[in-house]
Ligand binder design. Structure first.
Ligand code: AP5
Length: 220
């Protein structure tokens, strides 16, 4: 299955991707995680991208496309994948479609998680992330078992560099201006599934899996 997971910053894409990839047995490919890993390793691409992400801006389209296309050619992506946070511009979506067409492949669905801006700002202010394994926590709804330490790998948890309030507002504006048109693009292709992302995490996961199963049933 080839899936795209979209939604505003803090909508729960990363959280849902962890559960969905385990259930669907496909790898999660998160452009945000890839950029952060690259910057932390000191690689030129990551450091260049950080100039944009630190301001809450999108990284350049061609940089992202090159990075994703390279990643999708790795063997584990042969059985399908879940793209978390890509494509984020209509240009990325159009180039990606050309890339898939050239391989005789297609997306199965694009899931959009709907969450209001106010809920986003509140969620992100309480998010803590593990820079070791990317596990995501929330101080109230998903606290770590031992305060400030990752349940999975024991690394220290911290705020993300771009999770300060003014950058969250900037990222939301960019989402409305540049990524919402991507939703229209996929709606026009009959691929878009829009779901309420405000419900508890497990209910959101179930609603995504149900919607995918229904869609698969209709296509048979
Ligand atoms: P990226 O890492 O993709 O950030 P984002 O899209 O802003 O999304 P987030 O990771 O902030 O949120 P999320 O939706 O994953 O929510 P989460 O599950 O953590 O990208 C970072 C930057 O990289 C971008 O700003 C851009 O600069 C650049 N970039 C990335 N991709 C790019 C691209 N394609 N093109 C150009 N530039 C790109 O959840 C948030 C919090 O809420 C957590 O604390 C979680 O525990 C909690 N939570 C989750 N679900 C629920 C729920 N149902 N109820 C209550 N709490 C919940």
């Amino acid at each position: 299955m080839r899936l795209v997971l979209l939604g505003p910053p803090g909508a729960g894409k990363g959280t849902q991707a962890q559960f969905l990839t385990a259930r669907l047995n496909i790898p999660k490919i998160s452009t945000g995680d890839m950029l952060r890993d690259s910057a932390e390793s000191g690689a030129a691409l990551g450091l260049e991208a950080k100039r944009y992400t630190d301001q809450g801006n999108l990284a350049p389209d061609d940089m992202i496309l090159e990075m994703v296309e390279e990643r999708l050619q790795q063997p584990d992506a042969g059985k399908g994948y879940l793209l978390d946070g890509f494509p984020r511009t209509v240009y990325q979506a159009e180039r990606f479609r050309e890339w898939l067409d050239a391989r005789g492949e297609a997306l199965d669905a694009v899931v959009d998680l709907l969450v209001s801006d106010d809920e986003i700002v509140s969620r992100i202010s309480m998010r803590r992330v593990c820079h070791g394994c990317h596990e995501t926590y929330h101080e109230v709804s998903r606290p770590a078992r031992i305060a400030d330490l990752c349940d999975q790998c024991g690394h220290k948890l911290s705020l993300r560099d771009d999770d300060v309030a003014e950058l969250v507002r900037a990222r939301l504006k960019i989402y409305h201006d540049r990524t919402e048109p991507v939703l229209h693009y996929y709606r026009g292709q009959g691929l878009l599934i829009e779901l309420d992302g405000r419900r508890p995490v497990a209910e959101v996961t179930d609603s995504i899996l149900d919607a995918l199963a229904q869609r698969e049933g209709r296509q048979r």
